[in-house]
Design a protein around this ligand. Structure first.
Ligand SMILES: [Ca+2]
Length: 372
């Protein structure tokens, strides 16, 4: 295994340069989609931002930069936020929300909340100004949403300054044809996402996103639907598959799990609810062998409310030489939804590479996230 490692990393570096070239020459920077992001403009109120509760905060000094910052305040039992109007976000687009935040002296409990109307991430803050950031996928079919910065059940005050919302490109490792949370080990493909990662609800296999998200779990309500597409490296066939889903929180309703080879015909796989909070199931054998499998999670009927914090998938692959490092020399590209080259002409001004790793007999994918 160790002999393949230097070659892989060298290839990776070359390809990255090529892809950055395709993306065009960086300009001064991509446009921050947030209004008045330093919170310095305005008369009685910061231009472009308003409080959800007029008593829930202030616009005042001290600031991280400039003179003013946004502040929210609570009694330990309530919540409040500053929010923008509707912003022109692309359906299914990837975005990074970044801001500076801190607890004011004496604040305790609760957490900072941040995100849009449909995607949230909590942050625990200290009394020092700290950069906070995460990347998320906007839901499909939603072209406008607001951004909010606030608190949940904090006793005391939190401050925010210098906020930024930028479109992001996801560059998957084209040699491994896998992204974050994907791996092949001993001839078996695994997808084991940790939704607390930098990219929140985004992973390469995510194909349709019509659900809410909070910090590290999907939030399902009436009409929510997720589809993951599991297409294997080198278009290898899956000879079977096993799915594990966990409902970490349940108020009402049920979660329906189905599988498909083509998104037209769906086969029931499982249904989970308050009594049966998830489990591990083999997908129907009639679906295999298959080059790609779609898995749909949806909520039938009205009035449902539940959350899902685990969606693990594994599939044995046909024709892999298990004696070798299984995917060390893959060189065939597979189209991804956020393929960097497919969005040629967009500006790349920054790059964050998340760790990739190679172990004996195991290749783990990674994804780089880039501002555009
Ligand atoms: Ca400021």
């Amino acid at each position: 295994m160790s002999t393949t490692r230097p070659r892989r990393h060298q290839n990776q570096a070359c390809l990255l340069v090529a892809l950055l070239g395709l993306a065009g020459c960086p300009k001064a920077g991509a446009q921050n989609l947030l209004p008045n992001p330093g919170f310095e403009s305005g008369a009685a109120q910061p231009t472009g931002w308003q409080l959800t509760d007029p008593q829930g905060g202030e616009w005042r000094e001290p600031a991280w930069q400039g003179k003013r910052a946004l502040r929210v305040r609570g009694d330990g039992r309530n919540s409040a936020a500053w929010r923008t109007g509707l912003l022109p976000m692309q359906p299914a687009g990837l975005y990074r929300l970044r801001f500076m935040a801190r607890c004011e002296p004496g604040a305790s409990g609760g957490c900072a909340v941040s995100g849009t109307g449909r995607v949230n991430r909590d942050f625990r803050l200290s009394d020092q100004w700290t950069p906070c950031s995460f990347v998320f996928a906007a839901p499909s079919g939603v072209s406008n949403d607001f951004v909010r910065l606030g608190h949940w059940e904090v006793k005391g005050a939190l401050s925010f300054d210098d906020a930024e919302l930028l479109p992001v490109l996801a560059a998957h490792d084209p040699y491994e044809e896998m992204g974050e949370a994907e791996s092949v080990r001993n001839g078996v493909y695994h997808f084991q996402p940790d939704f607390a990662w930098t990219g929140a609800n985004y992973h390469r296999p995510l194909w349709l996103n019509k659900a809410g998200f909070n910090s590290d779990r999907w939030v399902f309500s009436e009409g929510s639907e997720l589809i993951y597409r599991f297409a294997m490296p080198r278009r290898l066939a899956q000879t079977g598959a096993r799915l594990r889903v966990n409902v970490n929180y349940h108020v009402a309703g049920s979660l329906r799990i189905e599988a498909s080879r083509d998104t037209r015909t769906w086969t029931p796989v499982a249904e989970y609810d308050g009594q049966r909070r998830g489990g591990q199931t083999n997908l129907p054998a009639a679906l295999f062998p298959a080059n790609e499998i779609y898995v749909r999670l949806s909520m039938p009927g009205p009035g449902g409310s539940l959350q899902v914090n685990a969606i693990d998938y594994e599939a044995p692959l046909e024709g892999l030489d298990r004696r070798a490092d299984p995917l060390a020399d893959v060189g065939v590209g597979v189209e991804g939804r956020h393929d960097l080259a497919a969005r040629e002409g967009q500006d790349v001004v920054d790059r964050e590479e998340l760790p990739s790793d190679v172990e004996d007999g195991r290749v783990r994918g990674h994804v780089g996230l880039q501002k555009s």
